[in-house]
Design a protein around this ligand. Structure first.
Ligand code: PLP
Length: 372
């Protein structure tokens, strides 16, 4: 079996799973309970939260635990929109965003919020001149991904935030789900940031939203106070400790993994570049973990199935996209509907081997002969 869909989900590591298991067994009480066992669980929760905060360079109070990146994106976007609607109802985003960002923004649009999409240049980066033009006095939110999930484009987050600094009621939300653990992240200029450990060998069903201390947020899940008043529910201690484990491991190895995956990406790219009916959509601004291609005249769904017959797993688009629809990110950079309808995303990790890429390229060639 060759798994090349790490952007969709990563297998949970043995260490993370063991941590989750140990904490679930050893801490039986609710961290909010006032007695000794509860206090012990709360202390463990605080220890992990402090460590996560230190790893990211933020304050402990700025960490909000959620059920995943989808919830974090919804909380950030709807929470800001609701808390700051008195200053305006204008939101700016891009066509590169994950469906949990566009879905939350569409829901707001249906409630009367005004939305603009910044165009993407051919190199895959947000058009900063256009963004400057789009920002208005009533813009309350700009939501742009650090790295998109389909083409792996890394956006100039610092330059974007520089453009927003003259607008005191315009908040900057960054979906960093495909970036955390893979590229260095600077949170200095970001107001809210989303991620989930299940993209870096952590547990699925857990997410984090970083929200800077001075920012208001209307919760979307109401109830009692949890670790924070912004998201109710019993604090999920094993998830927090598992997130700490996954994050610290990934950050420790970030540079080494990045260099290694860069070599794999080069091998893959060189192997695919020779085909005239394959177009590589990932640009030099894409991170090496994701390589997106389009076929000319071949259905990518059929190609994915052909690879599956050889026990090779890739995706056509982000796993959350509706099937048989064009890829919005690929259309945003190519402006070519046919290319956007026939995309394949190959995503790598430090667990991918050179031999797996060799086998993939060999099978790819076979499938291309069969379907091309
Ligand atoms: N944002 C991005 C960029 C993603 O790639 C994903 C998952 O594919 C999500 C958000 C949603 O993550 P989750 O599955 O944790 O809800």
């Amino acid at each position: 079996m060759i798994y090349l869909d790490y952007a969709a989900h990563t297998p949970v590591s043995d260490e993370v799973l063991q941590t989750f298991f140990d904490v679930s067994r050893d801490y039986i009480a609710n961290p909010n309970s006032p007695y000794k066992l509860g206090r012990e669980a709360a202390a463990k929760m605080e220890e992990s939260t402090n460590h996560i905060a230190a790893l990211l360079g933020v304050k402990e109070s700025e960490i909000i635990y959620t059920s995943g990146a989808t919830e974090s994106n919804n909380l950030a976007i709807k929470g800001i929109a609701s808390a700051y609607k008195r200053y305006g109802k204008h939101i700016i985003t891009t066509y590169l965003e994950h469906s949990s960002v566009t879905g939350a923004i569409t829901a707001l649009q249906n409630q009367g919020y005004d939305v603009d999409f910044v165009p993407i240049l051919e190199d895959g980066l947000v058009d900063l001149n256009q963004l400057k033009e789009l920002i208005r006095e009533d813009t309350i939110l700009v939501s742009i991904c650090y790295v998109d999930s389909e083409i792996g484009l890394k956006q100039p987050i610092e330059e974007i935030s520089e453009l927003l600094k003259d607008y005191p009621h315009c908040y900057f939300h960054v979906d960093a789900t495909q970036a955390v653990g893979k590229v260095p992240i600077s949170l200095n200029l970001i107001d809210l940031m989303t991620f989930t450990p299940h993209k870096f060998f952590g547990m699925n069903g857990s997410g984090i939203l970083i929200k800077k201390e001075n920012i208001l947020l209307e919760p979307i899940i109401h109830g009692g106070i949890s670790t924070t008043k912004f998201r109710s529910g019993t604090p999920v201690l094993p998830m927090a400790v598992a997130a700490e484990k996954a994050l610290s491991t990934m950050l420790e190895n970030l540079e080494y993994n990045y260099s290694y995956v860069t070599i794999l990406n080069k091998q893959l790219r060189e192997g695919l570049e020779k085909y005239s009916n394959v177009c590589i959509n990932s640009t030099s601004n894409s991170i090496p973990y994701i390589l997106n291609i389009s076929f000319k005249g071949i259905n990518s769904g059929a190609f994915q199935e052909a690879l599956e017959k050889h026990d090779i797993y890739v995706s056509t688009k982000s796993a959350c996209c509706a099937p048989n629809t064009a890829s919005r990110p690929v259309y945003a950079i190519t402006r070519d509907r046919k290319l956007a309808m026939s995309t394949l995303r190959i995503s790598l990790s430090h667990q991918t081997t050179k031999e797996e890429i060799d086998t993939f390229l060999f099978v790819f060639d076979e499938c291309l002969k069969e379907l091309g």
